[in-house]
Design a protein around this ligand. Structure first.
Ligand SMILES: N[C@@H](CCC(=O)N[C@@H](CS)C(=O)NCC(=O)O)C(=O)O
Length: 207
């Protein structure tokens, strides 16, 4: 049994989608970040970094980092085919894309959303450099998807696409993302059309 601490429109969406795709039993705990719940002692005991999401498994195992959660859920539910099998070389590309999204693209986005954490001076320069980097990374991913897509692993859907589609909805940091990057839009449309993902996207919008 999984418990996912989530907030709408946050990085919890990718592991949430993976749980739903896997048909796993899970409970949700809403973290009201606007009310600062992620900075309260009860939450910091789960994630000392004070970030959403947190995943708890069987009441005793706690983990943070949304991309790592996606990998673990994929491994624990192989029938859902969210990742190439361990003995398939494509597994390397699966790791590669998830790492790239979570350690290059997502941090650039977070610099845009939290610029004051990256400078003691005026934040405008941090914001504009973050926007530049987000667009540059999307541009490279889009070129890959247009020539080798429709998914990051070509014809094969994986949890990396879920993560990519999630980040593609964070458009404040990259206005008109889908108009500028049609390969990315095609991936996002395919991912969002999956019934399990559509259910979670609706829950994120409604919350
Ligand atoms: N690398 C982390 C990033 C988590 C993260 O930054 N979450 C944001 C929401 S998308 C958050 O909790 N922000 C609150 C804060 O940093 O104060 C992950 O993917 O789990």
């Amino acid at each position: 049994m999984y418990t996912l601490y989530w907030s709408p429109g946050s990085a919890s969406m990718a592991p949430h989608c993976c749980l739903e795709e896997a048909g796993a039993a899970y409970a949700l705990k809403l973290v009201d970040t606007a009310a600062g719940e992620h900075r309260k002692p009860e939450y910091l005991a789960l994630n000392p970094a004070g970030k959403v999401p947190v995943l708890i498994i069987d009441g005793g195992f706690t983990m943070t980092e949304s991309a790592a959660m996606c990998m673990l859920i994929a491994d624990r539910h192989p029938a859902a085919e969210l990742a190439p099998r361990i003995d398939d070389l494509e597994r390397g590309h699966f790791y590669m894309w998830l790492m790239h999204l979570s350690n290059t693209l997502q941090p650039a986005m977070l610099r845009y959303y939290y610029p004051d954490r990256h400078t003691a001076a005026e934040t405008e320069a941090v914001v504009s450099k973050a926007q530049e980097e987000v667009a540059a990374v999307w541009s490279r991913i889009d070129a890959h998807l247009r020539t080798k897509g429709p998914y990051l692993l070509g014809a094969r859907f994986s949890a990396a696409d879920i993560f990519c589609a999630m980040l593609s909805t964070w458009q404040d940091c990259c206005p008109e993302t889908y108009r500028r990057f049609p390969g990315l839009k095609r991936l996002a449309d395919l991912v969002m059309a999956r019934p399990a993902i559509a259910r979670i996207a609706a829950a994120n919008q409604a919350a």
